[in-house]
Write a protein that binds this ligand. Structure first.
Ligand code: COA
Length: 693
């Protein structure tokens, strides 16, 4: 029985027990409706307590049901039945009351939480809006500003914030069930409060309330439709009667469920959970992990140390000499100070973290660590030297990890006596913030080392993606294609601002050239020079970036890069000097420059990236397309509402992508020839999704 009832004197206890998260499946909805009848029809019942078994209150609709038509009873009817009851219902909330779960509590007459409960309407993050009265009832319960922030932002709030804004009535002391039964006894004697559906809505307090929100959401949503649709729906909820607004919102919810954006966001939600559990690691227990070391206190190393410290690990930060160590500690201090400033950490938390830090310049201090992560200069010989030293001092069973972003992890493992204990842990900068962690499996990496890396990612609250060894692994290998294709477009007729605008219009937070100016052009230039001898002489090469670097234009830090910058200002400004360099390159390549439409720019960049993704899959660097999707979403700002690179490819149609690539390949076969896997999927009429299971 997913919903059961038990009489407790004059109180009916209604318990939902539908693991893992008490999602509102059809059975739960039907069970709740029966429970309402039972409460109403049982003589002597004076109040009902709705409570959930397991780790959480109802965490929302069952998202797995969203691909099929909704089955009766519909949730709005269940909630209306609770709300219409003459007997007061008390929602007793622990864990998370999310989406439909929170909407159920809005139908209840009282809401009681335990200390740790969280409440929210995260629907917009799934590309939909609340479909069971949430947009109508919440602005009748809490100030409009709070209702709009919760619904359009989708972020849950904690019990104290909920109490403060009036979303709940009480935070219970002690065990939730006892507190709820006491509360029920108390309210049983009171008249049942007026249902939210019958109360007046809160109205805006400023004349530009709606337009202000619209401007803000248009900017932050970057092409995602649901926050703006939620805003319109909220406006309806406030301006027209509940009985008209609620069915309209329901229809919008049902329509949105089938939208491409909602499908993409559902894919992202489930892929995040799937990617954390690679099939090859099932049932392999991780090694114990408590003490870690980070070698190198530069930007990356300090960020990695900060990530470990905030997850509760004891960290030894190792540098080669006292000066470098002081510098590393200062980097770490800066990160912690900024976390305090941003409210992510308080003073006591910072002190506790620093208490777990041991600065050191002596490898012999690492004898007891369970894991050492190397984050030194990106040079094979330097890294190999660190690994030899780690190999000499680390205890048996300790894990040796490299944070390299391009280098061969096999060659690093090979200098140790224990290659099975070596793995790549590729963090993204800033490492204490960015969600992505590429876990690079070298030829000899032991399965339980991989399992440990995945367990670690869970503790660090990161999204771990397994990658095989290749130049750049999954993410940077695709990034190279992205940048190369963007440069081709410059030579063919675009300016940096055209390409940046097109990629922002696609949904990326920044275009490739703004991003390069922010990060600096010099490191990539050094890489290109170092790898020049490996470049295929037949491959097209555009030397515009090299020409910029030769003029000392390294980006924002030098006041000029792909753009120029006014002193003290980070706004990119078009620069005739850059245009001249670009046009000279076009001329050198014998190209007649032409204009490109936004869609053409996007496709010229994205199709080859998808093609590279197909190569990456065929080579086993990634095992499932969803892994590439997660890398793009969590490491490179790919718009979540497009689901990720390979999901997006399926949405656009692989046949169309192959046709375009084939046409472009006539002029440049090395850059555009469709990958055999892509051609094969088209021949079979299948998509990348077919390779996800
Ligand atoms: N519908 C269907 N399945 C759901 C679900 C939902 N609303 N919410 C969670 N699940 C599943 C997850 O897919 C996962 O399944 P798996 O173990 O097969 O991978 C399982 O429940 C546990 O979820 P997980 O996220 O791993 O657990 P958690 O304890 O870290 O987090 C929640 C729990 C409820 C906070 C989190 O799952 C969540 O935010 N869920 C979505 C809530 C939501 O958006 N509701 C509104 C829907 S309109």
């Amino acid at each position: 029985m997913v919903v059961s009832t038990r009489q407790h004197g004059a109180i009916m206890l209604v318990t939902v027990d539908n693991p893992p998260v008490n999602a509102l499946s059809q059975q739960v909805r039907a069970g709740l409706l029966d429970a309402v009848t039972q409460v109403n029809d049982t003589p002597g019942i004076k109040a009902a307590v709705l409570i959930c078994a397991g780790r959480t209150f109802i965490a929302g609709a069952d998202v797995k049901e969203f691909d099929a038509p909704p089955l009766p009873p519909q949730l709005p009817d269940v909630i209306a039945a609770i709300e219409a009851s003459d007997i007061p219902w008390i929602a007793a909330i622990h864990g998370t009351a999310l989406g439909g779960g929170f909407e159920v509590t809005l139908g209840c007459h009282y809401r009681l939480c335990d200390e740790k409960a969280r409440l929210g309407l995260p629907e917009v993050t799934l590309g939909i809006i609340p479909g069971s009265g949430g947009t109508e009832r919440l602005p009748r319960l809490v100030p409009l500003e709070n209702a709009v922030a919760m619904i359009t932002g989708g972020r849950p709030i904690d019990a104290h914030a909920a109490l403060k804004m009036g979303a709940i009535d009480r935070i219970g002391d002690g065990p939730l069930l006892e507190a709820a039964l006491d509360y029920a006894e108390e309210v049983a004697a009171e008249p049942v409060p007026v249902p939210l559906a019958e109360r007046p809505a809160h109205h805006p307090t400023t004349p530009d309330f709606w337009t202000g929100w619209e401007t803000k959401l248009r900017r932050s949503s970057r092409g995602q439709a649901s926050p703006l649709i939620a805003l319109e729906t909220l406006r309806d909820a406030v301006e027209i009667p509940f009985r008209d607004a609620a069915p309209r919102a329901r229809k919008t919810f049902l329509d949105l469920r089938q939208s491409d954006q909602a499908k993409a966001l559902r894919h992202a939600f489930f892929a995040e959970r799937k990617v954390a559990r690679p099939p090859s690691l099932q049932d392999i227990p991780p090694r114990p992990l408590a003490d870690v070391a980070v070698i190198g206190g530069g930007t990356m190393g300090a960020g990695i140390a900060a990530a470990f410290l905030s997850a509760g690990y004891a960290v030894t930060l190792l540098e080669r000499d006292a000066d470098s160590l002081a510098h590393g500690q200062a980097n770490l201090e800066k990160i912690l100070a900024s976390s305090v400033k941003k409210g992510r950490l308080d003073g006591a938390g910072k002190a506790a973290q620093l208490n777990r830090l041991t600065p050191s310049t002596d490898y012999s201090n690492l004898a007891d660590v369970d894991l050492a992560v190397e984050a030194v200069f990106e040079d094979l010989a330097v890294k190999q030297d660190v690994f030899r030293q780690l190999d000499a001092v680390l205890k048996p069973g300790a894990i040796l990890a490299t944070n390299t972003s391009y280098l061969d992890v096999n060659a690093i493992a090979a200098v140790t006596q224990r290659p099975a204990d070596v793995v790549g842990l590729h963090f993204f900068s800033p490492a204490h913030i960015m969600k992505l962690l590429e876990v690079v499996e070298a030829e000899s990496t032991a399965p339980d080392v991989m399992a440990t890396a995945f367990a670690l990612a869970g503790k660090l609250r990161k999204v771990a993606v397994r990658s095989g060894v290749c130049d750049g692994f999954i993410g940077n290998r695709i990034l190279q294609i992205y940048r190369r294709q963007a440069d081709f477009l410059l030579a063919d007729g675009c300016l940096p601002q055209d390409v940046d605008a097109a990629m922002r219009a696609f949904g990326l937070p920044m275009g490739p050239y703004e991003a390069q100016d922010l990060g600096g052009l010099d490191i990539a230039w050094a890489n290109r020079k170092r790898n020049a001898h490996r470049r295929d002489p037949a491959a097209r090469y555009v030397a515009i970036a090299d020409a910029l670097c030769e003029e000392g234009r390294f980006g924002q830090k030098t006041g000029a890069g792909w753009y120029r910058y006014a002193a003290g200002n980070r706004t990119p400004l078009g620069d005739p000097a850059v245009t001249a360099i670009i046009e000279a390159e076009s001329q050198k390549q014998g190209i007649t420059r032409r204009a490109f439409e936004t869609a053409e720019i996007q496709q010229r960049i994205l199709w080859p990236m998808i093609n590279e993704g197909a190569h990456i899959l065929a080579e086993g660097i990634a095992q499932r397309p969803l892994e590439i999707d997660m890398v793009e979403l969590h490491g490179y700002g790919f718009p979540r509402w497009r689901g990720g690179l390979m999901f997006y490819a399926d949405t656009m149609g692989l046949d169309r992508i192959v046709a375009d690539l084939t046409r472009w390949a006539e002029r440049d076969p090395l850059s555009f020839t469709p990958a055999p896997l892509l051609a094969d999927l088209v021949a079979r009429g299948a998509g990348f999704a077919s390779l996800n299971d």
